[in-house]
Design a protein around this ligand. Structure first.
Ligand SMILES: [Zn+2]
Ligand SMILES: [Zn+2]
Length: 255
């Protein structure tokens, strides 16, 4: 029976605080690893050099809080390769369209042991039988990609930064998911604009409309009590948790 192990490494934005980091989730499947975003501070929770082996890194969009530690990861890959402890390049997946020369800066880094791949809408790849598909969410301040993991046993979505602008497209992408890891930057009381970032309540709407089994909230404001996000989402969707650094989730289908 296949399983997906998900470790939150960073759950807040736009800055680190205490033991909390900017966005990052480590997904493990058959001893292969996929790092979803590489926000500031997340490298302190990685296990070096082990986590560099069979590693794919996905940067969902070019906001700095989502790739603040990528330079550190790249340099670590370079040093460990030179020490003879890393024999396979890390794979880094980046949105095809550059913004403010961020992509150019990442891919021109000579002190990195890595290969680069472009993400575009509907781009898809396989890790063993696990299909990973990307969807341009068309509802953030810059182009940002949702990521879907699917095999015969389960379906998991990482929304990254997302608003409610194209809710029906988001619902289609997330349909019948076993787990949605959804951003909830705001609470209703902030009176923020949901078009580019969701509230915890918006995330609960996405989960219920998608017929999802479980919702994991992330991307919190550093100064806010996380329990408030949980309470707000529970007004509409019961099976919800808040992401916490280092607290693993395991997804498996028990037939
Ligand atoms: Zn963000
Ligand atoms: Zn963003």
């Amino acid at each position: 029976m296949s399983k997906l192990i998900i470790t939150p490494l960073g759950t807040i934005s736009p800055y680190t605080k205490g033991n909390m980091n900017c966005p990052g989730f480590l997904v493990e499947y058959n001893n292969k690893k996929i790092l979803l975003d590489c926000g500031n501070g997340i490298t302190r929770l990685l296990n070096f050099p082990e986590d560099l082996k069979n590693l794919s890194v996905v940067i969902t969009h070019y906001h700095k809080d989502h790739f603040g530690d990528l330079g550190a990861l790249q340099y670590a890959s370079y040093v460990y390769h030179n020490l003879g402890l890393l024999d396979k390049k890390i794979k880094i997946y980046l949105p095809r369209n550059d913004i403010a020369f961020n992509k150019a800066a990442i891919t021109s880094n000579n002190e990195s042991y890595s290969d680069y791949y472009d993400i575009s809408d509907s781009y898809s790849l396989f890790i063993d039988d696990l299909n990973i598909t990307f969807g341009d969410n068309n509802s953030h301040t810059i182009q940002s990609y949702m990521v879907k993991f699917q095999n015969k046993d389960f379906k998991m979505i990482y929304t990254s930064d997302i608003g409610t602008t194209n809710l029906s497209k988001l619902v289609d992408f997330c349909k019948d998911a076993d787990l949605i890891i959804c951003e909830s930057s705001f609470l209703k009381k902030h009176n923020a604009n949901s078009k580019a970032h969701m509230t915890a309540y918006d995330a609960s709407i996405l989960a219920s409309k998608s017929n999802a089994q479980e919702l994991l909230l992330t991307h919190f404001w550093p100064e806010e009590d996380k329990r408030l996000y949980l309470e707000e989402a529970k007004q509409n969707f019961q099976n919800v948790k808040i992401a916490e650094e280092g607290k693993k989730l395991v997804l498996r289908r028990i037939c």
